[in-house]
Ligand binder design. Structure first.
Ligand SMILES: Nc1nc2c(ncn2[C@@H]2O[C@H](COP(=O)(O)OP(=O)(O)O)[C@@H](O)[C@H]2O)c(=O)[nH]1
Ligand SMILES: [Mg+2]
Length: 245
């Protein structure tokens, strides 16, 4: 059996205060072999010198320039493009995600789940800090799509997710804003019948640097996938079934 290599995609925008801590956290919690793809938009990004310093003793820490133009959506797409196969984990560069659950996410991947979602809105999950409006909308979207549309996670908007690269190749990305890509991929994966599960997580708002989340600008983009998820599916039948949760 071939050894699993985890690809970690980290979009960054001036994360010099956070990246060294994120790197330490990855090393502390992730014991599976992994490659870290740090995706930046412009050569002056202040994360780059921090990454270059760490690269001196880690050849599996890779800097990737955003190939599709600026913005976090393009950065995530670039990260997916850099991965050839296997599990692909999207992690934020501001140490908001609890990486202590990654090995459990990988266990689920090994069991056959093609999308493993870190979930703030299931029992055991938590969200600490962050703007109230953003939190409320995200929780409402997650819970309503779970209970009304049957989406197998209560936290569709969280970008901290583990995807199988072959599944990503089967899903054309149409998002145009930013972080709504997680929502699009989850709804489409569900519609195509891929096995999806969730694991509780604690999300903490950043303590350094500045959030670039644009709640009003991106709201219509989220709404598009929210409505799509509520629409009756057109001819979709499960590809794989029978996996225990
Ligand atoms: N490459 C790239 N990364 C970005 C951009 N905007 C945000 N990020 C990264 O995406 C992650 C989460 O961004 P953040 O602004 O904290 O969003 P929030 O957590 O939803 O408030 C961080 O690692 C950011 O550095 C961008 O325009 N380009
Ligand atoms: Mg953040």
């Amino acid at each position: 059996m071939t050894q699993l290599i985890l690809h970690i995609v980290v979009p960054v925008y001036n994360e010099k205060e956070n990246f060294a801590e994120l790197y330490q956290t990855i090393k502390q919690h992730i014991h599976t072999q992994h490659i870290i793809h740090v995706v930046f938009d412009f050569d002056e990004d202040n994360t780059i010198p921090v990454v270059k310093r760490l690269q001196k003793r880690d050849s599996r820490l890779v800097l990737v320039k955003n190939r599709y133009g600026p913005g976090v959506l393009n950065a995530i797409k670039t990260g997916f493009h850099s991965v050839s196969s296997g599990p692909c984990l999207v992690v934020m560069g501001d140490v908001s995600d609890d990486l202590s659950i990654v090995e459990r996410m990988l266990e689920q991947y090994r069991r056959g789940f093609k999308l493993v979602c870190a979930s703030r809105y299931m029992p055991g999950g938590q969200q600490i800090g962050g703007p109230l409006l953003k939190k409320t909308l995200s929780r409402f979207a997650g819970l309503s799509l779970h209970y009304v549309a049957g989406i197998p996670t209560r936290d569709i908007t969280n970008n901290f997710k583990l995807y199988d690269k072959s599944m990503l190749e089967d899903i054309p990305i149409q998002s145009k804003g930013g972080f709504e890509i997680a929502m699009e991929l989850t709804v489409k994966a569900f519609r195509k019948g891929y096995p999806i599960c969730e694991i509780p997580t604690t999300w903490r708002d950043r303590t350094a640097g500045v959030s670039r989340f644009k709640v009003w600008k991106w709201a219509p983009h989220y709404l598009r996938w929210y409505v799509y998820a509520l629409m009756p599916p057109r001819l979709s039948s499960p590809k794989v079934s029978g996996l225990a949760g």
